[in-house]
Design a protein around this ligand. Structure first.
Ligand SMILES: [Zn+2]
Length: 235
C-alpha cells in the first residue's frame, strides 16, 4: 500500500472512530498533511462520518482548493487550511462538535487541567474563539488559527473545537482526551470547587500522555472498539 493510500485508510478509520466516540456528528472532520508535499487529505463533505472509506477522502492544496477526490470539501475547511499555513509543526487537524467541551464554553467556564486527560492541553486554560458562527472564510480561519496559537487545541464557543497533532493517531488521541477532560471537569464542578493541577503536575503528567506508545494504545483500543461495533467494514 502506498503512503497516501495508508493515510487515506487511517483518516477513514479516524472518522468512524470519532463518530463512535461521539466527538463528531453528521459534521466534523479530520485532515492530514501529505509528507514532502504541499497537499492535504480530508474526509469529503456529504459522507456520513460513520461510513467514510478511503475512496471518500479528498485532496486539497494550501489555498483550500480541491485537487483530487469525488466529493466537495467540508464547508469549514478554512479552519484546516489556515492552520496548516502558520503551524509547520502540525501534521494533522481535527474539527469536533464535542458536547462536553461546548457545555463548558456555554457557561463561560475555562477548560483547565484538573485530571490526567486534561494535562495534555495545559498549563493554563485552553484558548476560546468566541464567535459561534461556522468557519466558512479564510478570515475566520485565520482568526481561529490566531486563537489556537502554539497550543494543541482551541474551543469554539457553543460550536466545538479544533485539535492539532503530529500524526492522525496523535490528533485522534488528543480529541479523546479533550472531551474526557471537559466531561470530568463538568462532573467535578457539580460537587464543589475543583482542585486544578499545578504547572508542575501538568508537565509531569503530560510527558506520559505524549509518549508514542500511549498514543498508539489509545488508537488500537478504539480500532478494537469500532471492530466490535461493526464499524470497520469496508475500510
Ligand atoms: Zn463545525
Amino acid at each position: 500500500m502506498s503512503e497516501i493510500d495508508e493515510l487515506k485508510k487511517k483518516l477513514a478509520m479516524a472518522c468512524r472512530m470519532l463518530f463512535l466516540a461521539e466527538l463528531v456528528d453528521y459534521s466534523g472532520h479530520i485532515s492530514v498533511r501529505i509528507p514532502g508535499t504541499d497537499r492535504f487529505l480530508i474526509n469529503g463533505h456529504p459522507i456520513s462520518r460513520a461510513e467514510v472509506t478511503p475512496d471518500d477522502i479528498v485532496t486539497f492544496d494550501p489555498e483550500g482548493k480541491r485537487v483530487e477526490g469525488k466529493w466537495n470539501l467540508p464547508s469549514e475547511l478554512p479552519m484546516h487550511s489556515r492552520t496548516y499555513r502558520v503551524r509547520d509543526d502540525v501534521q494533522s487537524v481535527a474539527h469536533l462538535h464535542n458536547r462536553m467541551v461546548v457545555v463548558l464554553s456555554m457557561a463561560d467556564r475555562p477548560l483547565m487541567p484538573a485530571s490526567n486527560p486534561g494535562a495534555l492541553f495545559g498549563p493554563g486554560p485552553i484558548p476560546v474563539y468566541h464567535d459561534p458562527a461556522l468557519i466558512h472564510t479564510n478570515e475566520q480561519g485565520d482568526e481561529v488559527a490566531r486563537t489556537l496559537g502554539a497550543r494543541d487545541a482551541a474551543i469554539l464557543r457553543g460550536h466545538g473545537s479544533i485539535v492539532v497533532g503530529q500524526s492522525i493517531e496523535w490528533t485522534f488521541a488528543a480529541c479523546v482526551d479533550l472531551e474526557e477532560s471537559a466531561a470530568r471537569l463538568c462532573f467535578a464542578s457539580t460537587l464543589g470547587p475543583v482542585r486544578f493541577y499545578t504547572d508542575d503536575e501538568v508537565n509531569r503528567v503530560s510527558k506520559g500522555r505524549k509518549k508514542l506508545s500511549v498514543i498508539q494504545k489509545v488508537w488500537d483500543h478504539y480500532v478494537a472498539k469500532a471492530r466490535l461495533a461493526g464499524l470497520m467494514e469496508g475500510v
